[in-house]
Design a protein around this ligand. Structure first.
Ligand code: PAF
Length: 281
């Protein structure tokens, strides 16, 4: 039977009553669950004895008020989905419970990973993510925690966070889950207007072509090509496209032997902001 907890202490009491050898797999979410989340739950379910999922729309990681207010909330549907994967524990805390009256984020130094791309375009975002993930890890104390590669920068930052804070949790990145037409699954997709939804597969198609070009072209040539493709598209507006090494997330002009590269982008489809990325080599 799935149990629901709203208070840190009750959840912690329950978890500490379990045998210490029982492995806990944890998937933190902001709700509005979809098949992308489902793939994380299934993997966590398979690799652990207990599956804990949290649902908390974390206010401190939203740089844009409208995005926070309009963030989809579908709790009934979320419960059905969680039951379908035999989730053991769902943690749905209030902001008061998490932030103890001070809804502000701590400041983190993630060795520069936080300054580029999403960090550059969403001020304070990764301080908010660091704050909530650290807090949730302290409460749940999982053995393994699962994150989707759609938020690849977030995944690298969380790996850095647990390394810096010496938290005993293994961070596991999971492949991007896509709609049949290639659009990366995201809770924000339901907010897309019809014309934007219809045009959205252009994003992944362009990333796939960029991957093909990466085999023979320089980094600058591929970036220029992607920017030009989006300029020709009157419906989607490119905020950034960057190619970086997976490890450092730093731009480099030259391809270095032994480095893995990824292409990252953020796109506005009307007032909905979508992100995606692809491994290039
Ligand atoms: O990826 C998300 O849904 C959120 O950033 C997370 C990790 C649940 C923290 O609020």
């Amino acid at each position: 039977m799935m149990q629901v907890f709203n208070e840190n202490k009750l959840l912690q009491d329950y978890l500490s009553s379990l045998d210490a050898s029982i492995s806990i797999g944890f998937v933190p979410t902001m709700g509005a669950l979809h098949e992308g989340h489902l793939s994380l739950f299934k993997r966590a379910r398979k690799e652990n004895e207990i599956l804990v999922v949290s649902i908390f729309v974390n206010p401190t990681q939203f740089d844009n008020k409208e995005d926070l207010v309009k963030y989809p909330q579908t709790l009934d549907n979320d419960f059905e989905l969680l039951k379908s994967v035999n989730c053991d524990l769902v943690f749905i805390p209030t902001a008061k419970e998490i932030y103890d009256g001070h809804v502000v984020s701590a400041h983190f130094d993630f060795d520069g990973l936080e300054f580029v791309m999403e960090g550059e375009h969403r001020k304070g975002h990764f301080d908010g993510v660091g704050t909530i993930v650290k807090r949730l890890f302290e409460i749940v104390n999982p053995d393994k925690a699962y994150f989707g590669e759609k938020d690849f920068q977030q995944l690298q930052i969380i790996k850095k966070l647990v390394e810096q804070q010496q938290m005993p949790v293994e961070i596991i990145g999971c492949d991007i889950y896509r709609e049949k037409d290639g659009l990366a699954m995201s809770s924000r997709n339901v907010r897309l207007l019809k014309k934007h939804r219809q045009e959205a597969p252009f994003i992944y198609k362009t990333l796939l072509k960029a991957k093909e070009k990466f085999k023979t072209k320089t980094i600058t040539e591929v970036v220029d090509w992607v920017e030009k493709e989006f300029k020709k598209n009157s419906i989607l507006k490119l905020e950034y496209f960057e190619i970086t090494s997976e490890k450092t997330l730093k731009f480099s002009k030259r391809k270095r032997k032994g480095s893995n590269y990824r292409g990252f982008l953020a796109v506005f489809a009307g007032n909905v902001r979508l992100i995606d990325n692809i491994r290039l080599n």
